[in-house]
Each structure stands twice: as C-alpha cells, then as structure tokens.
Design a binder for this molecule. Structure first.
Ligand code: HGY
Ligand code: MN
Ligand code: MN
Length: 414
C-alpha cells in the first residue's frame, strides 16, 4: 500500500525545464558543455531556483550545484546532471535535477511531508567534456582524488582547473559525500532507448546500469603522396584502421547478447588531406554490457585482434584501454521496491523493470549509499541528439511517481 504523496506541480516543473532549456538552446536541442559560459550561467540560475525553494544552495569547487535541505533527520538526495554532450537533448540529465527541485518544493508545501529533508544535486561533467564521464558525482563520492583532476582537459586542450578558475569556482571548497546524512539517492532520467515506448509503458524501474569500457586506438604508418606512392609499398594508417574496424563485429559476434553494444564514435585521419596517404590515424571504441565479465571478455578480444593486425614492418597499432569507467552497477533493492510500488500505485501494470544501457551518476552514488533510478519514455528512443524528446504528460507523471517513492522512502528511513 502506498500513502498518497503530495501532488507535484506539473506546470511549475515544465516551466523550469523549458527555462533551463534556453541556456544553450540549438533548435529543439541543447549545447551546454561543462564549464562553458552558458553552463556556468545555468548553474547560477539553478542556485537561484533552489534558494527560491528554501534550500541552502551553492556551487562547489568542482562545479557541482547543491541545494541542501535545512530540515533535520536523514535526507534523500535527488539529482542528475545539467551538462550535455556536444549535441544534446533538453531532458538528458536536466529532467532528474528538476525532478529533485520539484519534489523538494512539493514536500515543503505539504503538511505530511514538510519536515522531510530532500537535497538536490546537479553533478558536473556527467557527459565527459573533461573526463570519461560522471566527474562531479565520482569526485563527490571519493572515487576521484584531487590529483586526478590535474590532468583533466577538454578537446580544445583547456584544463579543468583553468576552466574552474575562469568560472570563478576554484576558490570554493570541493564537497565530498557525508554518507551519514543520507537515507539514499534516487535519480529520474529519460530512458534514452526505445523499449518503454515500444511496449506502451509509462515508467521504467531500473534494475542495473551497464558497465562500460573505452578503448583508444592509434595507428602509425607512413605519410606519403596519394598519387606517386605505389599501393604495394604504402603504410596506410587509414587502411589498417578500416581493417581493424571491419573485423570487430565478426570477432565479437559469438560472445554478445542482445543488450551488448559497441560504438566507434571517433575516427581521425592525420593529416587529413585527399592528396596525402594518412601516416597516422586514431579511433575510439566503446563497449557496454550489463555483465561486467562480458565487458572484460569483449575488451580482451578486441585488444588481441589489434595485436594480430599490428605490423612491425608496416602500420603499428597501439591501444590505450582507458581507466575502467562506470563499472556495471546493481540498484538498491529496497529503494527500487519503493519506486515499483509508486509506479504500480499511479500507473498499475503500465511500468516495467529494466536495465540501463546508458551510464548515470547513480553508478557513482551507488558505490557509497543505497541508490535507485526511474525512467520515463523517450520519443522514438532518441537521445544524445537535438531530436531527443518526451511527452509532457510522461514528464509530469514521472515526477509524481518519484515523489511518491521519495515520500515512502523518507517515511521509512528518515
Ligand atoms: O553515455 C552515457 O551513457 C551517458 O549518457 N553519458
Ligand atoms: Mn547523456
Ligand atoms: Mn544522462
């Protein structure tokens, strides 16, 4: 049985989401990369919204935005991220942050929950402008040491520390998690995939979050003239890259399951002229799977393939297995059960348990405190694209379900 939680104010939630969307708006999408001027501006805007909600709001020394409750007792931390990919949608991350703000406001406005403590967080750089992802939540959770921040830089070569100085955050202390303060962490997010829409479900209750491995390949051959260099004497880095890329599918095919995904997201040919045989090339490969052991196996298969194709007399191949990112994570059963009950209460039978193939800040928080996630449908399953969108009724429903879950969690654990 679920006690009725306070009704969230859907209009206020949508207004704030549309207002936040304006920071970096590009048509229907958003470009708001970590610590750009528009991102910094949006963080100050968020602080003001949190203050309006009666929270003790600030931006810490790494750029995380916190709205802390002044109530006593164990708090529930509700958050996500407001930075975007180079081309992002208006809801990826921002949904969960504004859910937290709306839940904090609705609880404060209702007699039955006005003593409940809800903290709200917007984690910096979940989308990996300066890192491999979830920099802010990982730092908050003590998964990143300060010296790990020294080497972080964006694609333009700007260091994280310089960007923090430019933003004016460098003099502020960097917050770390006080796990005693919290009953747990919950995050609302768009599904970013097709399954809820395909099945006509309104809510996803996340069971686990996939593990991820990022591999960076470099190819070293010999730059030469595209006209005069005979084909049989070339050390063409591009040709070797295509040979490796073309064989990955075949090498992996016997070891994957339907939810295994891999992506070649970046390719660079150097120097990149139509009249020059590329002497060098770069390629990234990202592998994700719900089973950590399978991520490990697939990674070693690809690394071994590269070793087989490496040619000491011709094109050399090197691979840099980036530090393990986003180790596969299982959501907390207890918190997840609260979200399940809330979903069944609001939309009986119109919800499902499901894994997340996307990485989330909840993976970092889950290493320290009980954590759980809720999904709402993505139209066409599209995300990390300007076309990303969700029906407004689904946005409002998701917040109400999460608010109901939050109230029952705090009734039980505060
Ligand atoms: O790529 C991811 O899984 C996350 O959206 N950054
Ligand atoms: Mn994302
Ligand atoms: Mn996200």
């Amino acid at each position: 049985m679920v006690d009725q939680a306070p009704r969230i104010n859907g209009e206020r939630l949508l207004r704030d989401l549309h207002d936040l969307r304006k920071f970096g708006a590009r048509g229907t999408g958003v470009v708001r990369r970590s610590l750009t001027a528009v991102d910094v501006e949006s963080r100050h805007w968020l602080v003001e919204r949190m203050k309006d909600a009666g929270l003790d709001a600030s931006i810490d020394g790494i750029g995380n935005v916190f709205g802390l409750s002044k109530k006593s007792g164990k708090a529930l931390l509700v958050g996500s991220h407001t930075d975007t990919q180079p081309e992002g949608g208006w809801l990826d991350g921002t949904l969960g942050v504004m859910y937290g703000l709306e839940i904090a406001r609705a609880f404060a406005e209702n007699d039955s929950t006005q003593e409940f403590a809800v903290d709200v967080a917007s984690w910096i750089d979940e989308e990996g402008t300066f890192s491999l992802g979830s920099l802010g939540s990982e730092y908050f959770c003590g998964l990143l040491a300060d010296d790990a921040l020294e080497s972080a830089e964006n694609e333009a070569g700007q260091s994280l520390l310089d960007a923090l100085k430019e933003a004016g955050f460098d003099k502020t202390p960097r917050a770390r998690l006080d796990s005693q303060r919290y009953a747990g962490y919950i995050e609302g997010h768009i599904e970013q995939g097709p399954y809820l829409e395909d099945e006509g479900k309104s809510i996803g209750v996340v069971t686990s979050i996939a593990g991820m491995r990022n591999l960076a390949f470099t190819f070293e051959g010999e730059q030469n003239h595209a006209g005069t260099a005979p084909m049989d004497r070339r050390k063409d880095a591009c040709r070797k890259l295509i040979e490796l890329a073309g064989r990955i599918n075949h090498v992996l095919s016997d070891h994957v399951v339907p939810t295994t995904v891999w992506t070649i997201g970046q390719i660079e040919l150097i120097p990149g002229s139509p009249n020059i045989v590329p002497g060098a090339a770069k390629m990234t490969l990202q592998i994700r799977d719900g089973e950590e052991s399978r991520v490990e196996k697939l990674t070693s298969l690809v690394v071994n393939l590269a070793a087989d194709l490496d040619d000491p007399e011709g094109v050399r191949i090197a691979v840099d297995p980036k530090a393990d990112r986003m180790i596969g994570t299982v959501m907390d059963d207890g918190l997840r059960a609260h979200i399940e009950r809330a979903a069944e209460h609001h939309v009986p039978g119109c919800w499902r348990l499901m894994p997340s193939a996307a990485g989330h800040d909840a993976q970092a928080l889950a290493t320290q405190i009980p954590s759980a996630m809720l999904f709402i449908p993505s139209i066409g399953g599209i995300s990390h694209a300007f076309e990303e969108d969700t029906k407004e009724k689904d946005i409002v429903l998701g917040c109400q379900v999460l608010a109901t879950a939050a109230a029952s969690i705090l009734r039980e654990r505060r």
